[in-house]
Design a protein around this ligand. Sequence first.
Ligand SMILES: [Zn+2]
Length: 242
Amino acid sequence: MKETDALVRIQEIDLALMRHKRTLSDMPQTKKLQAIRAARKKLGSELSKIVGQRKDAEMDLEENERAHTRLEEIVTETQEKFDAEGTGYREIANLESQLTILAKKIEKREFQRKELTKRFEKIQQAERNARAMDARLVEEAEAQTASFKEQTADIERDVRMLMHEREEVAKSVSEDVMSRYAKAAKRFGGLAVETLSGNKPSVCRVSIPPSSFGDIRRGPDITECPYCHRLLVCDGMFNPGN
Ligand SMILES: [Zn+2]
């Protein structure tokens, strides 16, 4: 391979590698996965709040149940005590008044239970919704990860091929030119080499005046552009057909 062709190809390879690098660091899946992670984090703190509320509601219901059961026991106990001991008018009046108070207390507990149950069910529904949402996010994250891996694999394969080709092509370029290329590539963000098309360098497009052609013609195949200072590949420019 001619050194000039090799140099031009190395630049092509390096530009392709730069594009791949940008693509990898700017994968849409990466952004989506970040958004999913943020959403799950937010959902997670909401869910732990909901779980706390649900546990409180469960305890309130248990407490209500215990109080209700105890009141019913007291009713039974009061009735039994009357059956065993009470016979007089005063005892009957006393029993009735006690049972009325107990009935009111029981009624109050039952009303409270309905309210607590309503609240509990509402919280349960919120918890189910949050868990379903989280499951959907996990599913979406898995899909994004799979798609990322698949697309990364294609790019990684291409990167390996390009790196291998670069190694081979670089064998045709002298150390001096490689080091000049490396410096220029750094300086010009990768676009370090230009070729001549007519009298115009391919990158800066500043026409080289006929008076300078002589110098370029007598000079090496790889020189420096007098305008932008990139490496200028000028072999073949004087060949017929060019
Ligand atoms: Zn130039």
